[in-house]
Design a protein around this ligand. Structure first.
Ligand SMILES: [Zn+2]
Length: 144
């Protein structure tokens, strides 16, 4: 079986009525999340940047916890404003713009620096409880 991608973009369903938009994020119907065995959420948090400077979050990779429990998988998207995801893995590195409430990023074992731009609000849905012991700041590639 091929190794699962370290990250991928997931399009969330959008419904509209009278110019008002409804974005649905039901974990157990999104194929990429079913494949990641991420069908229910342990945590949801927001990163709100009301300042005039970009805010960097993450700058780490989630590792398999030493007790054998599942790796933390996260799904994130901007409900307003924008963020830039700077992603690194042993198989490649890239930047992805999160610039729409329907454009979500699923991160498995990719190193990520999430830059929330001024005025941005990022929603993060996490599959496990908070456990900083299973995060590593070391990049899995040769980028500086
Ligand atoms: Zn890299």
């Amino acid at each position: 079986m091929p190794k699962k991608k370290s990250w991928e973009v997931v399009e969330l369903p959008l419904f509209g009525k009278d110019g008002c938009k409804l974005v649905v994020c039901q974990l157990n119907i999104i194929p990429e999340l079913i494949e990641a065995e991420f069908e229910s959420a342990s945590r949801v948090y927001l990163i709100n940047n009301p300042t005039d400077k970009p805010s960097h979050r993450g700058q780490h990779v989630h590792l398999q916890p030493s007790d054998g429990s599942p790796i933390n998988v996260e799904l994130m998207y901007c409900i307003t404003g924008t963020a830039t995801a700077v992603l690194h893995s042993a198989n490649g590195c890239e930047e992805i713009q999160l610039d729409s409430p329907t454009k979500a990023l699923l991160i498995r074992d990719g190193w990520h620096d999430i830059v929330v731009n001024p005025g941005g609000i990022l929603v993060v849905i996490a599959s496990t409880d908070y456990n900083p012991d299973s995060d590593s700041n070391d990049k899995p590639c040769n980028c500086s």
